[in-house]
Every structure is written in structure tokens, then in C-alpha cells.
Design a protein around this ligand. Structure first.
Ligand SMILES: O=C(NC/C=C/[C@H]1O[C@@H](n2cnc(C(F)(F)F)c2)[C@H](O)[C@@H]1O)c1cc([N+](=O)[O-])cc(O)c1O
Ligand SMILES: [Mg+2]
Length: 214
């Protein structure tokens, strides 16, 4: 049977990227998605904004919702200080299998913990599974109708602290209207929109950065 898009993306990384070099893995995926097959990675333009927020926060604990092929996982992990871990959640086992190989190819496997399952099940287990008290940084890039329920769950599980930073992809395209309304109007968040474009296209999209105020 025909290979899947994530499998073709992995094959391009294994063929063209330099093993152990995260930047070359990132550049290879961006080239593949621009010139061969579009894929829903945060991409190079929004990726620069993601990089700047990660560097600014320099998190000790970080969570990513929505690994997919691991593109943003590698982008984030390559910037983390030594001794810090990025926990990334993925629901689809086939995507997780590809992501694990891309993460390993980049050489960043020691900074990343990929967990398979649903956010509704895994978020309440973060303390017991990883001894995490709170997250300094959360990147949301999974199903768009899960952004709002999942940050409410993070609040309920007391996994956010005063100053925790949430960064959400696709708040314009495909769009996360209920999430945006919440973080922009809740007294518990200070929110800011970073205008950009949908990965590999000229369509408007952007990232919303929200600080939890406690
Ligand atoms: O639909 C989009 N993204 C959905 C992304 C979904 C990804 O998040 C995973 N997930 C689901 N739950 C969890 C958790 F966390 F529970 F484990 C993880 C899914 O299995 C999938 O790999 C999208 C679409 C477009 N687009 O232009 O159509 C552009 C984009 O940048 C996008 O992110
Ligand atoms: Mg996205």
C-alpha cells in the first residue's frame, strides 16, 4: 500500500539531513514541505517566532500538545538548556512512530519524552508520571477544538503557575475561536498575537502567546 505523508517526510530526512544535526533536520522538512508535499508543521516563518519565545522563556519544564512528525518538537528541544526535558503528547501511534525516528535522527532524544495518548487522560497524570509540578512553557498545536478544554484542564490540575507561557499555533487558520476568546478576555491571562502566515503559504495565520497570571 502507498506510504503515508509522514513516512515520505521521514524518508526525506533520512536521505537528505545530517544525522545528529537538528538544524539540518528542520531545514530538510521545510524544503520537503515547500517543494514536494505540504504538511502541517509549524514551519519556518512561525518557527522563528516559536524559537524566540522558547529562548525568552528558557523553560525548565515544557509541554507540547501535538507532536505529529516532531518538527516543532525538534525546534523547541534544540533550544532547551541542558538538563531540561520537553514532554510531547501524540494521539496517533503511526505519527508517533515517525516522530520518534525523526527525533532520534536529530540526536535530541535525551531532551524529549514522547508520550502516546489523549490529552484528557495524560494531563492529569503529569505529576505522577514525570514528577512535574508546573509547566513553564506549553506549545499547543494539536486538534483545534481541544486547545480550550486542555488549558482549562491544565489550570484544574494546577500545572500552570504565575508566569507560565502558553503559545498556540493556528489561531487564525484553521482557527481556534473559543480558545482565543477565552485567553483574550479572561482576567487570568495576558495575551498577545504574533501575526504570520500559515506554514509554506501566503495565507494569514499567527501564534497567540498568553501569560498565565495565577
Ligand atoms: O489540524 C491541524 N493540526 C491538528 C494536529 C493534530 C495532531 O495532534 C495530535 N494530537 C491530538 N491530541 C493530542 C494530544 F495532545 F492529546 F496528545 C495530540 C494528532 O494525533 C495529530 O498528530 C493543523 C491544520 C493546518 N491546516 O492548514 O489545515 C495547519 C496546522 O498548522 C495545523 O496544526
Ligand atoms: Mg499547527
Amino acid at each position: 500500500t502507498r506510504s503515508t505523508r509522514p513516512q515520505r517526510l521521514l524518508r526525506a530526512v533520512q536521505k537528505k539531513a545530517i544525522k545528529g544535526d537538528p538544524q539540518s533536520v528542520i531545514s530538510t522538512i521545510d524544503y520537503f514541505c515547500r517543494h514536494s508535499e505540504w504538511a502541517m508543521n509549524v514551519g519556518d516563518e512561525k518557527g522563528v517566532i516559536l524559537d524566540s519565545v522558547v529562548c525568552e522563556v528558557s523553560p525548565s519544564t515544557a509541554l507540547e500538545l501535538g507532536t505529529y512528525c516532531g518538527y516543532s518538537t525538534v525546534r523547541i528541544a534544540r533550544l532547551l538548556p541542558p538538563g531540561t526535558k520537553l514532554i510531547t503528547l501524540e494521539f496517533n501511534p503511526d505519527y508517533a512512530a515517525v516522530a520518534r525516528q525523526i527525533i532520534e535522527y536529530s540526536g535530541l532524544q535525551d531532551k524529549i519524552c514522547l508520550v502516546e495518548g489523549a490529552s484528557g487522560d495524560l494531563i492529569p497524570k503529569m505529576q505522577e508520571l514525570f514528577g512535574i509540578k508546573t509547566f513553564d512553557f506549553v506549545f499547543l498545536d494539536h486538534w483545534k477544538d481541544r486547545y480550550l478544554p486542555d488549558i482549562k484542564l491544565l489550570e484544574e490540575c494546577q500545572l500552570l503557575r504565575k508566569g507560565s507561557i502558553l503559545l498556540a499555533d493556528n489561531v487564525i487558520c484553521p482557527g481556534t475561536p473559543d480558545y482565543l476568546e477565552y485567553v483574550r478576555n479572561s482576567p487570568r491571562y495576558e495575551s498577545k498575537y504574533f501575526k504570520s502566515h500559515l506554514e509554506y503559504t501566503k495565507v494569514e495565520d499567527g501564534l497567540e502567546k498568553s501569560v498565565f497570571l495565577g
